[in-house]
Design a protein. Structure first.
Lengths: 482, 457
């Protein structure tokens, strides 16, 4: 106390800060927590990274196999090839080892064939065991769930403990202002906790830096890492401010810890799960059977290209004949059957797209509900930010769906075109297209979408508002709740 | 005896005098109610999906009957008809979602090769799945232990911090008994709230009030027992309320979150099941190669496994439904080994998780609850096996008709095989032994002889 009294304003603040640092690291629990964090980060990073690399290698191998199978096709009728189809593999984002995001739940492989837009299959989660409801450890989980807990455990007594022991009034009586007291504690805890933050940040950089996919797009990776680290810094500061605020409002350290733990459980565990349930309730998705029935209904409306008596296609035929001034399809300068296939593909793609767009719309509405809930839960906002930064957000998944569909549509239509040009109408059921054509088809290449700045901003806003509330409540609490 | 009842009543009164008791129990109950409402919504959606299947199937048959009003080769009927195979939810499925969140329980099956039809996922928003769900099972294994710890950790340390500890201790004959009565009374409050949640679930979700239902609650309670023991040891061993509280939270975070999540990551990292993707790719290759091969040669591959069709002789050189479906069967045969090892792999993955969960009561309770709710991986694998069985049934009906080039008429559709969900035999209940052991283990560390930090000792 003496020391504090002898200093000027800033000096006193620094004394409080220095004291906090000293006291924090004098406690054994800080060291235990530091060791636990290192172990957790190491375990999570090594296992996640290992799995990430293995998955990536396997997908590359399967992708290569599928390509070899494609190019190795014998002479085939183009429509046969369209049914043979291809597979699109969802590439792993460079930072997905840090935050797998929706990737472990969404399918990883899509069968691309004529007439249909298949759902993705073989999500990681489809192989889950029965004990997985609690989720999987990932480096993101450690940073976003465990680090806040550490902040709580090391900071809950900052003010409440001082009040309980009566030192708070002594410090205030020495002439230190409420703001100064708060600032000292804030700076002190921030510095005391730096080792934890640094370990977290380093682990993220290491994970990002050791991924070959990440290094291939270095500039993008640096941007993503900076966004992620910036977001985490904001998020951790927010928790620090929150912890100090609650500690300032509570009379005893025990009640502060109970309250903080309650807040942690509510915002980290209960709210996100409730949000998920409420979103599904407000905007239910159709089930698989209902969705298939809707597609079938759309297709009926648009006509069946394989049925020669279909009225929609009979009308189409008349139109084509009139355009070319001939009376029989045999007299057309191209294979009419190829044109019918192309027209049919256009229609079925449209049928699927209509229904899938409606589905996507529902998913967006569900995400909107989650966004609303994220105002109640900083971890939820942080989760969105980290998924966006890591390229594992729903938007990235949707991009894969869209791009693989565009690829599918392009190669099927190219085949239909080849059928029109190279297969005669009369010989349509026997003739085949030479195997040399297969190598002229492009491979599927996914272009990762840019980070959604709007989503990042919304997340940052939530975090910012909570930080401001935490800061305000903290300073107010110290000033008016002695 | 009377003093005991008197003492319990007194401790209950003391507990209810604290506002924290009301807050903790109220929040637990609130979370329970929210979980029941959300689970009800989910299971209702599923019931409706099941109810619609019959109509969707008839609609499809009506459409085909119009198209083939004058009869058509059985091959066409087999090609265009999709049959729903649905495994109805077990009665208690709403209580614990288990793997149902990821694994669809309805498959539409056509006569074509079965393998590509098995693994298509349902329609889900992966974002919602990533965030997880809230069901009564979750409340029981995650939130109830926390409530128990928060209520019970300071049975001793609070007296100490208030300075009344020596006074209280000087008034009781058996100090251990006092601590245990306190702890058990407070635990009983948490148990009572979980029972209330369970009853509400039974009432609101219209679950059958039977033995299985009671067993579910007993299992949830069994899962709480280790936590009572842990609380006791922490409460007696540690001194200040802050220490007991930090210790309790540390235990909770470790046992409820860190260890289970680590087990999941470990299991999915050290075991994986690439056979699923591989067999999908292989099946397509074999199936489509069939189009390029000599039809007779391909058909002979079919006959090797199905000699019962030898008497029909070779297939014609041009397209025939007999050849077509035989080709699909050949493709299925080609990957049957992979398909089996895929299921084995999932099973062994699940077994590994199960073995590891022996050491983590939270995981084990989850396993037991999912098992009793009929939502564990075993139930899903049984569903997949049921889909395969039904596909065999389809072949049994259609193959003789197709192979003999029979015509089918709309009137024949009544005789089409339909999947009748048979009540699944209850799978072997995993032993509750690990939970009892987990409840006994902490008691090894209980100081039986002497009270630590005892001022009067």
């Amino acid at each position: 106390m003496q020391v504090i009294c002898e200093c000027n304003g800033l000096g006193r603040v620094l004394r409080v800060a220095a004291n906090e640092i000293r006291l924090t690291w004098r406690r054994k629990v800080s060291w235990y927590l530091l060791v636990s964090l290192v172990v957790l980060v190491a375990v999570a990073s090594i296992l996640s990274f290992g799995r990430h690399e293995r998955e990536q290698r396997r997908q590359a191998a399967f992708d290569q196999l599928v390509r070899e199978q494609w190019e190795g096709q014998p002479d085939r009728h183009p429509h046969r090839v369209a049914h043979y189809g291809s597979f699109a593999f969802k590439p792993k984002a460079a930072l997905s080892a840090y935050d797998p995001g929706v990737d472990s739940q969404a399918g990883r492989i899509r069968y691309l064939e004529a007439h249909r837009q298949n759902a993705l299959a073989f999500s990681e989660a489809s192989g889950f065991s029965s004990v997985s409801v609690l989720g999987e450890l990932s480096p993101a989980y450690v940073m976003e769930m465990c680090v806040p807990l550490i902040i709580v455990l090391l900071g809950y007594g900052a003010f409440a403990g001082e009040k309980e022991s009566g030192r708070a009034s002594l410090i205030r009586a020495s002439g230190l202002s409420a703001k100064g007291f708060w600032t000292g504690k804030f700076v002190g805890l921030l510095v005391a906790l730096l080792p934890f933050f640094v370990i977290g940040g380093l682990a993220i950089c290491l994970l990002g830096g050791s991924s070959p996919a990440g290094l291939a797009a270095e500039k993008d990776l640096v941007l993503r890492l900076s966004v992620l680290l910036g977001g985490l810094a904001l998020y951790w500061l927010l928790w620090l401010a929150l912890v100090l605020a609650v500690s300032g409002w509570c009379r005893t350290a025990g009640s502060a810890l109970t309250a903080l733990m309650g807040i942690w459980v509510m915002v980290s565990i209960v709210t996100p799960r409730t949000a998920s349930g409420v979103a599904a309730w407000l905007h239910p998705l159709p089930d698989k059977s209902e969705f298939a029935a809707k597609i079938a209904h759309q297709l009926d409306r648009l006509g069946d290209s394989h049925d020669p008596t279909d009225p929609v296609f009979a009308q189409f035929k008349d139109e084509v004949l009139r355009q070319h001034g001939v009376s029989r399809v045999e007299d057309l300068p191209f294979n009419y059957k190829g044109l019918v296939m192309a027209k049919g593909e256009e229609q079925s793609a449209q049928a699927f797209s209509t229904e899938l767009a409606a589905l996507r719309e529902l998913e967006h509405k569900q995400s909107g509900v989650i966004d609303l809930f994220s105002w109640l839960s900083p971890p939820l906002a942080m989760k969105r930010l980290s998924m966006l930064a890591c390229g594992t957000a729903p938007a990235n998944h949707h991009a894969f769906e869209d791009q693989s569909e565009a690829y599918r549509y392009a190669f099927v239509q190219k085949l239909n075109h080849l059928q029109q040009e190279h297969i005669s109408y009369a010989g349509n059921s026997e003739e085949k297209l030479g195997a040399e054509h297969w190598a002229h088809f492009d491979r599927f290449q996914m272009v990762a979408p840019r980070m959604d700045a709007g989503g990042l901003l919304r997340s940052a806003m939530v975090l910012g508002v909570w930080l401001a509330l935490g800061l305000g409540a903290g300073i107010y609490g110290i000033a008016f709740r002695p | 005896m009377r003093t005991l009842i008197h003492q319990c009543a007194w401790e209950a009164k003391l507990a209810f005098r604290r506002s924290s008791t009301w807050v903790i129990l109220g929040l637990l109950l609130g979370a329970g109610i929210v979980s029941i409402v959300l689970s009800g919504q989910r299971s209702q959606a599923r019931t409706e999906e099941f109810r619609r299947l019959e109509g969707q199937f008839s609609e499809q048959i009506a459409k085909l009957s119009k198209r083939y009003a004058n009869g058509e080769n059985a091959g066409y009927w087999g090609y265009y008809t999709a049959f729903p195979v649905a495994s109805p939810a077990a009665p208690l499925a709403a209580l614990s979602q288990g793997v149902e969140a990821n694994a669809p329980s309805v498959n539409w099956v056509r006569l074509l090769g079965i393998e590509p039809q098995l693994y298509e996922g349902g329609i889900h928003n992966p974002l919602l799945q990533t965030l997880g769900g809230l069901d009564p099972g979750f409340v029981m294994i995650v939130l109830a232990p926390l409530a128990l710890l928060l209520m019970g950790h300071d049975v001793l340390s609070r007296d100490r911090s208030l300075g009344v500890h020596p006074l209280v201790m000087s008034h009781v004959r058996n100090r251990h008994a006092l601590i245990w009565i306190r702890l058990l009374v407070r635990s009983a409050l948490v148990f009572a709230i979980t029972a209330l949640i369970h009853l509400l679930a039974v009432f609101m979700l219209r679950l059958p009030l039977d033995l299985a239902c009671a067993k579910w609650l007993l299992t949830a309670w069994l899962g709480l027992l280790p936590w009572v023991a842990i609380t006791a040891v922490l409460a007696v061993r540690l001194k200040s309320p802050q220490a007991t509280l930090s210790g309790a939270l540390g235990m909770w975070v470790t046992l409820v979150w860190i260890l289970p999540c680590s087990i999941n990551l470990l299991v999915s990292s050290v075991t994986d099941a690439p056979e699923g993707m591989e067999l999908t790719i292989r099946q397509r290759q074999v199936m489509h190669d069939g189009w390029d091969q000599d039809r007779k040669a391909n058909y002979r591959l079919f006959l090797e496994r199905h000699p019962e069709w030898r008497h029909l002789g070779d297939v014609p050189a041009e397209f025939s439904w007999r050849w077509y479906y035989a080709m699909h069967e050949v493709a299925d045969q080609a990957v049957s080994g992979l398909a089996k090892s895929y299921v084995d792999r999932l099973q062994s993955r699940s077994d590994l998780a199960r073995r590891l969960s022996w050491f983590v009561p939270t995981c084990y309770t989850q396993l037991l609850l999912a098992n009793q709710s009929g939502t564990d991986l075993d139930s899903h694998l049984r569903h997949l096996a049921g889909v395969r069985r039904f596909h065999e049934e389809l072949k049994g009906y259609f193959f003789p008709r197709i192979f003999h080039d029979r015509q089918l008429h709309p009137s024949d559709t009544d005789g089409f095989p339909r999947h009748r969900a048979t009540p699944e035999p209850p799978s072997d209940l995993p032993s509750p032994l690990p939970l009892l052991l987990a409840a006994a283990l902490p008691l090894v560390f209980y100081p039986y002889r002497k009270f630590p930090h005892d001022p009067t000792a």
